[in-house]
Write a protein that binds this ligand. Structure first.
Ligand SMILES: Nc1ncnc2c1ncn2[C@@H]1O[C@H](COP(=O)(O)OP(=O)(O)OP(=O)(O)O)[C@@H](O)[C@H]1O
Length: 237
């Protein structure tokens, strides 16, 4: 499953992202590439457990994606050699998580070459990552095709629409047609951070409120995740 989180300012995207990161990184077998388009201010607490630290500029973000892509290829090599179709627990690999806060920072980068270099491995991870236990999770204020290319947006099968500023933006996150069927994240009242519609699997979107973790709780969880990594023998160390 790859997840996109969309919503207007203060909708609760970063907090939602943190809860997903916490869930992933508390398993010491998870490897995480963490990319922060908000200059590192959001994801900083996960610095110790992120592969190569928190990546804030497009060059290091792209290098992180390329590293994850190489890991994915290695996993495909293992699958080919073992005759299995997908990575499962017990094969010696954990989840490889690629998390991006404010995706638009990179997809709208002014240098076309750098933008493209970022999008190529991101697309490969999204398109071929599932069988290799790669999970791409991205948050963005503006998920429209002028910001996130449609061929990238379509790779996300789990969609989480927090409060959006327009009906169109809500449909962009969830997939077109949901607003006319009464599922419209622009109707979520202002001042309800974390409330949104989650579309996962074949059932329709479910209205729910994301879990809240304070900065203190997050830094405690991040420290615990780091400690687990230091004391647990993982397949890749
Ligand atoms: N699930 C939640 N429950 C309660 N408060 C929340 C929740 N999620 C977020 N908040 C609060 O709402 C505010 C905005 O949250 P957050 O920074 O995650 O929003 P955002 O969508 O990332 O904002 P922006 O895009 O403007 O940076 C913060 O003060 C945060 O503490």
């Amino acid at each position: 499953m790859h997840t996109i989180i969309g919503g207007g300012p203060d909708a609760g995207k970063s907090v939602s992202l943190h809860t997903l990161i916490a869930g992933l990184m508390l398993d010491p077998a998870t490897q995480g590439v963490l990319i922060d388009g908000k200059r590192g201010v959001e994801l900083a607490c996960w610095e110790q457990v992120a592969y190569g630290g928190i990546r804030t500029d497009i060059d290091s973000a792209t290098a992180g994606l390329q590293w994850a892509r190489d890991q994915m290829e290695e996993r495909y090599g293992y699958l080919a050699a073992s005759g299995a179709r997908k990575i499962t627990r017990g094969m010696g690999y954990g989840v490889l998580a690629v998390v991006i806060d404010e995706l638009a920072t990179f997809t709208l980068h002014p240098e076309k070459k750098k933008r493209e270099a970022f999008l190529v491995p991101l697309h490969e991870l999204g398109a071929r990552g599932r069988a290799a236990a790669v999970r791409v999770i991205a948050a963005t204020q503006k998920p429209g095709s002028d910001v996130v290319p449609t061929y990238i947006r379509d790779l996300f099968d789990t969609r989480w629409a927090l409060r959006c500023t327009t009906r169109e933006a809500s449909d962009t996150v969830l997939g077109s047609g949901w607003a006319t069927r009464g599922v419209d994240a622009s109707t979520i009242p202002l001042g309800s951070p974390g409330v949104g519609y989650l579309l996962a699997g074949s059932a329709g979107p479910v209205r729910q409120k994301g879990f809240y973790l304070s900065d203190r709780q997050l830094s405690d969880l991040a420290a615990y995740a780091a400690e687990l990594r230091a004391t647990t023998l993982t397949p890749w160390r």
